[in-house]
Design a protein around this ligand. Structure first.
Ligand SMILES: NC(=O)c1ccc[n+]([C@@H]2O[C@H](COP(=O)([O-])OP(=O)(O)OC[C@H]3O[C@@H](n4cnc5c(N)ncnc54)[C@H](OP(=O)(O)O)[C@@H]3O)[C@@H](O)[C@H]2O)c1
Length: 321
């Protein structure tokens, strides 16, 4: 099968189109013909070698976590899915495997694709939306009219976080550059702050929850604008954040947490219902054909993407509308 893989860590130039064996069907797995994948920053962090202590040195490595596609074969122990089902999922980013024509995935991480999304739109959802969901619902216990600030509101994770927080009834402030204010309005964000003009940690408003998908502000800087029992959640495991997570877990008052997204079919089913009831819609920036995955990585590395960057594995899935 055709795949985009690396034989060494390095710049986007190390991403090569390769002909590799198709994955073998396992008794507890689904073999999926992938129609679309999407890029997450962890894909290029891994490609650069930033995580090589965890990802090891077995090459070739097929990168990519998010996928949407069609089940083509099921292992003997599979009960929920059958060939022909349209699914979406995210693979362990360290193992990868989504930038390819086929993948083998455990049943527990698969879910039926939302009916109102095409494959490219569906591939935008799994990792980024799960991160936002697990941060806001599971770590943040978000409910009702709480005041929530999303830092990095226009990015892959942030654009889902704004919509999920709104679906939970929160009053949402989105921090992004002013060129993305129109998008924030379309996502029903209540208030916007342009980080280039104002520093939200120096403004008078206070929040129950700050979800930081950018990592430019620390828990200590955000403390001033957290309410008495306010919570700061980061997506970036910096040493500073890890220390604050440990320290604040023992003390009453303001708390620092770190989200590390876990791949679960049940959470994708939850997102499926938010999407099918039109409370959440993926924001898709650009679609690249599989052969141009290196350009998709270069674009993601600019950190200027608005929503998600899609890889169309099958060329007929080049559309996101
Ligand atoms: N821990 C986990 O499980 C987990 C899961 C997913 C992602 N992550 C991490 O979370 C981070 C965000 O991921 P992502 O997919 O959302 O990235 P992304 O889509 O690449 O984020 C790009 C967005 O960030 C915005 N941005 C850049 N600098 C900003 C700043 N100083 N203030 C506010 N917004 C800013 C940009 O808006 P402008 O162009 O307007 O600046 C752009 O829209 C990445 O580092 C990723 O590795 C962690």
């Amino acid at each position: 099968m055709k795949a985009i893989a690396i034989n060494q860590y390095g710049s986007a130039d190390v991403l090569k189109v390769m002909e590799l064996p198709e994955p073998e069907l396992r008794p507890d797995g689904l073999k999926v013909k992938i129609h679309a994948a999407s890029v997450n920053p962890i894909d290029w962090k891994l490609r650069q070698g930033q995580l090589k202590l965890l990802s090891g040195s077995n090459f070739p490595k097929i990168l990519g976590s998010d996928l949407a596609g069609e089940v083509v074969a099921c292992g003997d122990r599979i009960t929920t899915f059958k060939p022909g089902d349209e699914i979406y999922a995210f693979l362990n980013p360290l193992a990868g495997g989504a930038y390819a024509e086929y993948a083998m995935i455990p049943e527990a991480i698969a879910c039926f694709k939302p009916k109102n999304l095409n494959y490219s739109q569906a591939a935008a959802v799994p990792l980024a939306a799960t991160t936002a969901l697990q941060a806001l619902r599971d770590l943040g216990n978000l409910q009702g009219a709480q005041d929530v600030l999303i830092n990095g509101a226009s990015g892959g994770v942030g654009s889902f976080a704004v919509q999920i927080a709104k679906a939970f009834g929160a009053r949402v402030t989105g921090v992004c550059s002013s060129r993305n204010f129109e998008l924030m309005e379309a996502l029903n964000c209540d208030r916007m702050i342009d980080y280039k003009a104002e520093n939200f940690t120096q403004l008078p408003e206070k929040y129950d929850l700050i979800f930081d998908a950018v990592g430019q502000k620390t828990f200590r800087q955000c403390k001033r604008v957290l309410k008495r029992r306010g919570l700061y959640i980061s997506t970036l495991p910096s040493p500073q954040t890890l220390i604050q997570v440990a320290l604040t877990s023992f003390l009453p008052g303001k708390t620092c947490k770190l989200v590390l997204a876990q791949s679960r079919g049940s959470d994708l089913a939850y997102l499926q219902s938010l999407i099918e009831t039109e409370q959440v819609k993926p924001v898709c920036d650009r679609v690249f054909p599989l052969a141009e995955t290196a350009d998709a990585h270069r674009y993601s590395e600019t950190k200027r993407a608005v929503g998600k960057i899609i890889i169309a594995v099958i060329e007929t899935d080049l559309r996101t509308d």
